[in-house]
Design a protein around this ligand. Structure first.
Ligand SMILES: [Zn+2]
Length: 317
């Protein structure tokens, strides 16, 4: 299989993981991008609807494990959504754009292939320290004390991004810094049509050295409209009190005034907002380059870029 680019960072001229990715993902161990086994029929399922497998590194090989998993492997899911065979490539591309173009703190990730060439998405767990100690991590469903039992089936979605910001303010001492990261990821999710950024896709963990809570790296970023056409633009409402800008009332779509109002409500001043906002909207050539280098099928590459340009237009208006 000739892949012509690094299945980690998508850099051209590689036929397996490049040196940087080997270091970042596998602590310098030369792990092959082809696993030694086929897709498991039944595996160590971690959580969620999508089947996930737990892997650990043994010598230079990734092997399935029940305990002490260091990596999470997400094969192509089965179900009724569209283009599911492309989901690993979509998640990988979106995570790489976030990290490389927007410098968003994301979980280390790559594509990897089963021995029968089937593609999967692999991500390194960020809640484990090198000595095996597990950091205390809580997602915002836990932090807001919402579960299916207490708030019904829709508990992950009956909330607003403004309310999550309120919880960040409550628990994170470095709020002024962290709230900017949070604003950028909310904007990123909108720009890249990630309509499933619900409560469980944001987490805090406790920094061992300071005892303080910080946002964990971001994870599960993907363009959901490739799989669920006509999905809602965002998983949660921006505002907690049903507030709507005049522009939103007219078009039922979030545009620049909504994000200005949102930034103000969560405590980002105008100078910082302008800087962050303009930077987020100014990366087209780099985005286009990564999309073209990605493992998506050509038809989905153009769909991916179309979606991006549509959202870019909205955010510029
Ligand atoms: Zn690489």
């Amino acid at each position: 299989m000739n892949i012509n680019r690094c299945p980690g960072c998508l850099a051209p001229g590689n036929n397996t993981y490049c040196k940087k990715c080997i270091k970042k993902l596998f602590n310098g161990k030369k792990v092959s991008h082809i696993l030694t086994f086929d897709r498991p029929e039944f595996g160590a399922s971690i959580s969620g609807i999508q089947i996930k497998h737990s892997l650990k590194l043994e010598n230079n090989n990734l092997i399935l494990t029940e305990k002490k998993g260091e990596y999470i492997l997400k094969p192509v899911p089965s179900g009724q959504f569209e283009n599911l065979g492309q989901l690993p490539a979509n998640e990988h591309l979106t995570m790489q754009i976030a990290a490389q173009v927007y410098k968003i703190n994301t979980a280390a990730n790559a594509l990897i292939f089963f021995s029968d060439n089937q593609v999967a998405y692999i991500t390194k767990r960020f809640d484990l320290l090198s000595d095996g100690i597990k950091l205390l991590q809580e997602d915002f469903a836990q932090i807001s004390q919402r579960s299916e039992e207490t708030h019904g089936k829709n508990y992950k979605y009956d909330f607003s991004y403004e309310e999550i910001a309120g919880l960040i303010k409550k628990y994170v001492n470095a709020y002024p810094v962290e709230i900017e990261s949070y604003f950028r990821i909310v904007l990123f999710n909108y720009l890249f049509s990630n309509g499933d950024a619900h409560l469980k896709n944001f987490s805090l963990y406790r920094n061992q050295s300071y005892g303080d809570y910080t946002l964990t790296p971001f994870y599960d970023l993907l363009n959901t409209t490739l799989h669920v056409p006509g999905e809602k633009d965002m998983a949660l409402e921006l505002f907690k009190d049903g507030f709507e800008t005049e522009q939103f009332r007219l078009a039922s779509k979030y545009t620049k005034p909504d994000f200005i109002e949102f930034a103000e409500r969560i405590g980002i001043n105008k100078v910082r907002l302008n800087k962050i906002y303009n930077k987020m909207l100014d990366n087209s050539p780099e985005v286009e380059n990564l999309v073209s280098q990605s493992f998506l099928l050509d038809s989905l590459k153009s769909q991916y870029l179309n979606n991006y340009h549509l959202r870019l237009d909205r955010l510029n208006s």
